[in-house]
Structure formats: structure tokens, C-alpha cells
Write a protein of this length. Structure first.
Length: 276
């Protein structure tokens, strides 16, 4: 009996020790404690993504001007770019291929900051049935460790020709906040079994860096519409009971209420004779 108790006690101690070691390991693991990377170079209109934008045309991914490494990465990154925007279901995606671009506008790719072909926005809206267009550019592509990717993305309203959203970010795996955020992304999206081996395989993967970086960028567009927040705040304010104004200084004496003319005066109580 004593041997059995000792055996169970030893087993419990081992399990508690293993759990404690895991917790201590997490405290030293950047994927759990950070620091983490935060996207900062983002522009979005006050209205945000308006409800009428249901379908968006994605232009062919371009490479940074004169960047041969980015040019080599475009074919690999194009599929992941379309996949990530489709996965988040912010809007329906219509992919405009380079061949279709060539047929419609006489060129296979267009940068967001270059002069657009004649009637480009009107033609694109008519041919695709979209309400907005997404220009994408791969500005940095480093496929060897530490992996790095740079994205420049612009979203325009085809009707008003207004810029809705723009980002310009570089995710460098050689920086601790980016590496920690990538490892956290791997931990959340991959099996926890044999996680160390998984991290070694995926940390140096341009594909995984692309998925992580695009999820971070798209997350800035998925935030609640600022216009809706303002309207909600105004609605709440309108429902509030106005506070009573307090005047500072001597207050006038309250006026006695004037009795109605036809009101009867209360009867004077009769005095009872006191007994002697």
C-alpha cells in the first residue's frame, strides 16, 4: 500500500514539474510574451469601408520598380494575396489577370501612382461589376533567412475615385517583434504537436510570412467603420436625460403657489372647550 502511495506521489510530482517547466518556458518565449509587431503606416478615410462596396477588382501584383528580387517573388505571392483577401470575406473578389488587363487597357500591370489609361475606372467598373479596385505592389522580397516581405496596397472607390485605404509596410523576420508575431501566428494556425520542428520549417518560409503579413494588413481594414461608431455615440448621447443647470450665487426665495380663484378655503378647525 505504501509503495502504491509513493508511486502515485512521484507521478504527481513529475506531472506538476513538467507543467511548471512549460509555464517557465512560455515566459522566455517571445511568441507568448512579445514584443509584437504593430502595423503603423496605414491610411483610411473617416468613413472607412462603406456598405455599398460589395465587389472589389484586384489588379495584377506588381513588383517594386527596379527590384529584381521582388520581380521573382511576384508569381508566388500573387496566389497567396488573392487567397488571403478571399479568406477574410470582407468583400467579393474579382481577379483581373495580366492577359485580361492587356486586352482591356493594352498593358499587363498598372501601378497605383502612375497615370491611368483613358476611362480606366469606368471601363473596369463596367467590365467587372465592381465598386472598388485594389492596386497591389510587392516592394520587398527576401526568400532567404531572415525572410522579409514588403507590401504597398491601395483601395480606390470606382464611383467617386476616392482613396479608401492604403498601407505601406515591410515585415522583416530579422527584427524581434516581427519574428515573435510570426511565431505566434504559426502557433495559432498550425498544429501544436512538434511545434519546435514546425517553427523551424515555417519561420524561413516566404509563403508563411506572406500569410502572416497580409492577415495583419487586412486586419486594419476590417476594423469597425468609424462612421458607424460616431452615429452610435450620437444616438446614445441623444438618449441621455439633460442634467439640471445649477446657478452659482444667491438663490431667490421660492414663490408661494397662488391658489385657484374657485378653490375653497380649508375650514378652520373649531376649538373644543377645555374641561375645567
Amino acid at each position: 500500500m505504501k509503495n502504491m502511495i509513493l508511486r502515485y506521489t512521484f507521478l504527481v510530482v513529475l506531472l506538476c514539474g513538467a507543467t511548471a517547466c512549460k509555464q517557465v518556458a512560455k515566459l522566455n518565449n517571445g511568441a507568448y510574451v512579445g514584443p509584437f509587431y504593430t502595423v503603423g503606416n496605414v491610411y483610411e478615410t473617416l468613413e472607412g469601408l462603406e456598405p455599398h462596396i460589395k465587389r472589389v477588382a484586384i489588379m495584377p501584383l506588381t513588383s517594386g520598380r527596379g527590384n529584381r528580387d521582388a520581380e521573382r517573388g511576384v508569381p508566388q505571392m500573387q496566389a497567396i494575396l488573392t487567397e488571403e483577401f478571399s479568406r477574410n470575406r470582407i468583400f467579393d473578389i474579382v481577379t483581373v489577370t495580366p492577359n485580361r488587363m492587356q486586352r482591356m487597357f493594352g498593358k499587363k500591370a498598372i501601378y497605383a501612382d502612375e497615370p491611368l489609361p483613358h476611362n480606366f475606372l469606368q471601363t473596369l467598373q463596367r467590365q467587372t461589376g465592381c465598386q472598388a479596385v485594389l492596386f497591389t505592389e510587392l516592394t520587398t522580397f527576401r526568400a532567404y533567412p531572415p525572410v522579409a516581405l514588403g507590401w504597398k496596397i491601395h483601395l480606390f472607390d470606382l464611383e467617386s475615385e476616392k482613396l479608401i485605404w492604403a498601407v505601406d509596410e515591410v515585415f522583416d523576420g530579422g527584427q524581434s517583434p516581427v519574428a515573435n508575431s510570426l511565431r505566434r501566428h504559426i502557433r495559432k494556425n498550425h498544429s501544436t504537436h512538434n511545434s519546435a520542428a514546425t517553427e523551424l520549417l515555417v519561420l524561413d518560409s516566404p509563403r508563411e510570412m506572406a500569410r502572416y503579413s497580409l492577415s495583419e494588413l487586412i486586419g486594419t481594414l476590417m476594423k469597425k467603420n468609424p462612421k458607424e461608431i460616431t452615429e452610435l455615440a450620437e444616438a446614445i448621447d441623444n438618449q441621455k436625460v439633460p442634467e439640471k443647470t445649477v446657478e452659482v450665487g444667491p438663490q431667490p426665495a421660492p414663490l408661494e403657489e397662488e391658489a385657484p380663484k374657485d378653490a375653497k378655503k380649508p375650514a378652520t378647525p373649531r376649538e373644543e372647550p377645555s374641561e375645567i
